[in-house]
Design a binder for this molecule. Structure first.
Ligand SMILES: *Cc1c(COP(=O)(O)O)cnc(C)c1O
Length: 232
């Protein structure tokens, strides 16, 4: 019998497919990142067993712990929270996409660490699109300058933008935020430095991922909806 978590997963996958088809997109254009920050490694493993290999964490210590406890080598970890520079070195070996590149100082440190390890880091630029004072991320009006500076970061591959809808807003407010992020991406795309592409958008969480898909996101970060009805 499938577990409650596996049930929730297939329901959400269906909702993703439906939202994609409503907007004339293929379901395969949208990647579900299952956010496991609320649950134990055992519960996260139920998602893995059910075929979900894209997992997200927002705190370094939780990432380190779960990356160690979940041994499936096919898991791709997405880091979605604020990453302090002094935790970057230990975190990077686990991260396949860092959604939350939120300052020039972090970008410089990531580049330095990647040069040292001989690898490259894939990331998204986090934009504070709603202007909430409590949120991390670049301001929309600094994005031109940030993007123009990307070629200086030889070992960081920025692949798109990430954002969160305004705190306490409803779905209509979320739609406006998501639309603004997509428009910002489209404006930036008109004059990208060579070698830079912003094809990915990471927006939408449990309460608004369907809206985000309708507004063009390629990654949704869903946590609590996956664990509905489960004691966590
Ligand atoms: C926790 C978290 C999510 C998932 O939120 P839910 O509402 O539980 O789906 C998505 N993105 C970020 C950045 C988060 O911290």
């Amino acid at each position: 019998m499938p577990s409650r978590i596996a049930d929730n997963l297939s329901r959400i996958q269906q909702q993703i497919a439906d939202a994609a088809s409503r907007s004339g997109r293929a379901a395969s254009d949208v990647t579900l990142v299952a956010v496991t920050k609320y649950v134990t490694a055992d519960m996260a493993n139920e998602l893995v067993e059910a075929g979900c290999l894209e997992l997200g964490e927002s705190r370094p210590q939780e990432l380190w712990r779960k990356a160690k406890e979940l041994s499936n080598p096919d898991i791709c970890w997405h880091f979605i929270g604020h990453l302090q520079r002094n935790k970057a070195k230990r975190s990077l070996p686990h991260i396949s996409l860092l959604h939350s590149c939120d300052s020039n100082r972090l970008l410089a440190e990531l580049n330095r660490l990647a040069i040292g390890s001989g690898g490259k880091i894939d990331g998204l630029l986090e934009v504070n699109i709603s202007g909430d004072a409590s949120k991390h991320g670049f301001q929309p009006d600094e994005m031109n300058a940030i993007v123009a500076g990307l070629p200086d970061l030889s070992h960081v591959r920025i692949r798109g933008l990430m954002s969160m809808a305004s705190l306490g807003g409803d779905r209509d407010a979320a739609r406006k935020d998501f639309e603004r992020l997509r428009q910002l991406r489209d404006q930036l795309a008109d004059h990208l430095p060579s070698g830079v592409s912003l094809s990915e958008l990471s927006m939408g969480m449990s309460r608004d991922f369907e809206v985000a898909i309708e507004e063009g996101t390629t990654l949704v970060r869903v946590g609590s909806a996956l664990f509905e009805g489960v004691d966590v």
